[in-house]
Design a protein around this ligand. Structure first.
Ligand SMILES: [Zn+2]
Length: 180
């Protein structure tokens, strides 16, 4: 059972392909559905869910994701990304990058369980306190640190990368840094 394959199967089924049972096993039916999807998408039908295929499978969901008036998405409240300095700033020294938010929403849909944001935007004081690099993308709302209970951070990173995000694994700390 592979979580990522299960998400691939789920996305394929949602698009009308027939990957067989959504069991996280890449059997012949799943292979056939992947190749059919690749063929229909103008991709090389090699049956391998590489970055391009995964990107196509998951990113097309972005267009149906909407923002609330305050910038919240269906699964993330704006406040979850606020700077946690507790007083140096008003919480949003920069706004979160909208494309990043859309991709995090797509990731949330892919894993289908809650995603915990441990750090969103940071003011310079907070960034220095937590040892962030000088030009950290957190300063500009272009990165989020997160984890997904029950799913290895390497898998979360792979899904993030399939959506076109840059991922840095923090194995010991148990989170992944995803940036636009
Ligand atoms: Zn702050």
């Amino acid at each position: 059972m592979n979580e990522f394959i299960k998400k691939v199967q789920t996305a394929l089924a949602a698009r009308g392909y027939q990957p067989g049972p959504l069991d996280g096993r890449e059997g012949p039916k799943t292979q056939k559905a992947i190749k059919a999807f690749q063929q229909d998408s103008g991709l090389d039908p090699d049956g391998v869910v590489g970055a391009l295929t995964a990107n196509r499978l998951f990113t097309e969901q972005l267009s149906v994701i909407s923002f609330d008036s305050d910038g919240s998405t269906p699964h993330f409240a704006r406040a979850e990304f606020a700077c946690d300095c507790g007083g140096y700033c008003d919480g949003f020294p920069a706004e979160m990058n909208l494309e990043l938010l859309l991709k995090l929403e797509a990731l949330r849909n892919a894993v289908n369980v809650p995603v915990i944001i441990t750090s969103g935007v940071r003011c310079r004081q907070r960034n220095a306190e937590v040892g962030g690099v000088d030009n950290s993308q957190h300063l500009f709302g272009q990165a989020a640190d997160l984890y997904v209970p029950g799913i290895p951070i390497a898998t979360v990173a792979a899904i993030g990368e399939s959506l076109g995000l840059t991922a840095i694994l923090y194995e010991a700390e148990g989170f992944v840094h995803l940036a636009i």
